[in-house]
Design a protein around this ligand. Structure first.
Ligand code: ARG
Ligand code: GLU
Length: 720
């Protein structure tokens, strides 16, 4: 029986391998583990072409864009392409009712017209290296977890410091396989990054949040930036004297087009996956975390969408916020459906039963791994209420802008007994915080959100975690029909944090005495109370459980790798550079329905509806369509291809990643996954999971034919 079982497991594993487009691989280990498979699937270059320490290679053309996206170099003058939604904040910050770049698009017709973006950076990887031995040196089995982790932290700190001594580089050590392996990354960070071009939202965000996470898709989700450096090529703060960066490598662009079955590779920075979780964790996601987050964000969105539809100024002010809120909301809905459809919890439970049997049959294994699953189970059940509390504090407690502003102006507490110099410093700081805040603020909308957030918090969070100020709730709302609205009105009326005029009034004569005033401000008090619940009742407990889980994860990861010794394991995503590869492929979302692997401009025209903001196709685009004015960007079939899908295993952070063909040429920019596949962060399904790519020809068509920015096309290396 045991033998049968292990044959069964091995064949399961092989089956798995055969289909495997699952996996986010470490670039320096491709040669060893993946290269044969990549070649079999059609890749024509060498592993050295992807990552090389000695020569320029693809990795030198790829950057972390901002804090959570990927971008890539597409010319020898520092030109960078990423997604529209990745550059969204920058485009929005340059927008006003007079210059509405979100609505109208922006194109710098010369380098002088490019726009600076303070705070934005791009990060190139110089090198990476396995440093497991150095990090785990002197770690012994009889150490306590805290001894272990403090020694590791010390090693990491020392190594990071030494690694970049005397250079302008930055170093970062990251753990892989839940702390069974460590890699050192040396990075170079550039901070003068200018906006070059962005299509109007009607192209760059076409389909908006309605089509987000969905296939078939018609979003022209790209924007262009340029990286600048000092004259010597080194990173420098923004200066007029800076020159366009000459990167070590940039991608040639293929306009030959893609076919079903073509090899594709995505090279970028996937943020987080959790593929090796125990069933108890998946249950928590499915039955607790996702449903509550979806509930809170759904309510918030209803209010924001109504306000945005009623007023163009509110649309500009809230569009970035709404996109952020909606993105997670919709992803979690898809994730829950996908996990249910895959019967993920039961699949994990089955796996765990086999694992446990394997462990039980060997005394040595039992001693090491016998109790892991039991321990997981009790931790996940004990931490549940803290998990819920954390979600509600983050999403609802500080989920209105007013409370968020309170959180951002906590320097006001230093007013207590402050001298004039100190007061002046504090004043300048809060005035500038307020200025940025109120640019994108609408009081009436926020008041509704606040009321709803308080309601959800009160109704769903155990009373022990309610902020103290809510003891006044009944008194304040005594006679009201809608108690939450009444509570919101009371707090908003009495607070100086809820509109620009009151805030200006308050900050204008700021003095040490203002301390008393802010400490009586209801919004400020609420913020402090939430913070104290968070600090004193939630965070400590929650972190305690998380630490226990981290330790178990390390052991369980190792155990799983021993249990399936023949399987090639890839480490969970951790926002380090990874390669994922697969092929262009269609899929069958439900019985009787097939989704083709590409979309075209015809589909944009089909969706056209001037009544609906997300589907209002610009006249110029309709004109190009009517005249079939496609230049060199049409497919062999005579249409403009807009997007295509493939089996590459991607996640958040892969937005903006280059999608590369067998010859190492850029064929598209990754920007999303299909809704049926969003559970791939926890469980991948080769039949259902697809990454969504913007066909590079559509981007070039827009740049060239729509915007007339032909000078940008000329600096690219286009292969016909
Ligand atoms: N779903 C994509 C990602 O996770 C795109 C998000 C931005 N687009 C939007 N309509 N909110 O980032
Ligand atoms: N849009 C996502 C991002 O910002 C990529 C989609 C995904 O999660 O795969 O990274």
């Amino acid at each position: 029986m045991k033998r049968l079982l292990s044959i069964f497991i091995i064949s399961l594993v092989l089956l798995h391998l055969a289909k495997a487009d699952e996996g986010m691989w470490i670039p320096i280990l491709l040669e060893k583990y993946n290269f044969e498979d990549m070649q079999k699937k059609g890749f024509k270059l060498t592993a050295e072409d992807i990552y090389s320490i000695n020569n320029a290679s693809m990795k030198d053309a790829i950057v972390i864009f901002g804090r959570g996206c990927t971008g890539e170099m597409i010319s020898d003058q520092g030109l960078l392409i990423t997604n529209h939604h990745c550059g969204y904040c920058q485009i929005q910050k340059h927008s006003s009712l007079e210059h509405d770049y979100l609505t109208d698009g922006f194109w710098a017709m010369s380098k002088e017209e490019e726009l600076a973006n303070p705070g934005l950076s791009v990060t190139f990887l110089i090198s990476m290296e396995d440093v497991t031995e150095r990090i785990l040196q002197d770690i012994t089995d009889d150490m306590t977890e805290s001894e272990r982790s403090s020694l590791i932290s010390k090693h990491i700190e020392e190594l990071e410091e030494r690694a970049v001594e005397g250079t302008h580089y930055e170093a970062r050590v990251e753990q892989f396989y839940q702390g069974n392996q460590y890699f050192l990354f040396i990075n170079e960070v550039f901070t003068d990054v200018r906006l070059v071009g962005a299509p109007p939202s009607a192209i760059g965000k076409f389909g908006g949040d309605t089509d987000n996470w969905m296939w078939p898709r018609h979003t022209g989700d790209f924007s262009l930036f340029r990286v600048y450096a000092a004259k010597d090529g080194k990173p420098a703060e923004y200066s007029e004297d800076n020159v366009p960066l000459k990167p070590k490598m940039h991608f040639p662009i293929s306009i030959k087009g893609v076919k079903e079955g073509d090899f594709t590779m995505v090279f970028g920075y996937p943020g987080t996956t959790q593929e090796y979780l125990p069933s108890f964790a998946v249950e928590q996601v499915l039955n607790e975390s996702d449903p509550h987050r979806v509930l809170i964000r759904g309510q918030k969105l209803e209010i924001i969408n109504e306000a945005m539809n009623s007023d163009p100024l509110i649309r500009i002010q809230y569009s970035a916020k709404a996109a952020g809120v909606a993105n997670g909301w919709k992803k979690w809905i898809g994730e829950m459906r996908g996990l249910k459809r895959l019967d993920a919890v039961n699949k994990k439970k089955e796996y765990e039963a086999n694992f446990q049997e394997w462990v039980n049959n060997n005394r040595g294994l039992y001693a090491k791994y016998g109790k892991i699953l039991e321990q997981y189970e009790s931790i996940y059940s004990e931490m549940s209420k803290y998990n819920l509390g954390m979600i509600y504090i983050n999403e609802a407690g500080i989920g209105s802008d007013a409370v968020m502003l309170a959180l951002k102006v906590r320097v006001l507490e230093n007013l207590d007994g402050a001298d004039d110099k100190m007061v002046e410093l504090i004043k300048q700081e809060v005035i500038s915080t307020g200025k940025a805040h109120f640019k994108d603020y609408n009081e009436a909308t926020d008041k509704k959100i606040f009321a709803e957030m308080i309601r959800l918090y009160i109704e769903n969070v155990p009373e022990e975690f309610h902020p103290a100020y809510l003891e006044n709730f009944d008194k304040i709302t005594k006679k009201a029909d809608d108690k939450y609205a009444a509570f919101a009105c009371y707090c908003f009326d009495k607070s100086v944090l809820t509109n620009q005029e009151k805030f200006d009034e308050f900050t204008k004569d700021l003095s040490a005495k203002s301390y008393k005033k802010i400490m009586k401000d209801p919004i400020y008090i609420l913020m402090k109370d939430f913070l104290s619940v968070y600090r004193n009742q939630l965070a400590g407990e929650y972190t305690k459980y998380e630490n226990q889980i981290d330790s178990l994860n390390r052991v369980y990861m190792k155990a799983q790798m021993e249990f399936e010794a023949d399987k090639l394991f890839y480490p969970d995503a951790n926002f380090t550079l990874r390669v994922t590869y697969g092929q262009v492929d269609n899929y069958f979302p439900k019985d009787g329905v097939e989704y083709d692997y590409f979309t075209t401009l015809d589909g944009i025209i089909e969706k056209d509806n001037p009544e609906i903001y997300d589907y209002d196709v610009p006249d110029k685009l309709k004109e190009l369509y009517a005249n079939k004015d496609y230049g060199q960007y049409a497919d062999a079939d005579g249409t403009i291809h807009v997007g295509f899908i493939g089996t590459n295993h991607t996640t958040g952070g892969n937005s903006g990643s280059p999608v590369i063909n067998a010859n190492g040429e850029l064929i598209g920019v990754n920007f999303d996954r299909n809704w049926e596949g969003t559970m791939s962060d926890i469980m991948y399904d080769p039949d259902m999971c697809r990454n969504i790519t913007l066909d590079i020809r559509y981007a070039l068509f827009i740049i060239d034919k729509y915007a007339g920015a032909t000078h940008l096309i000329e600096e690219m290396d286009i292969r016909k």
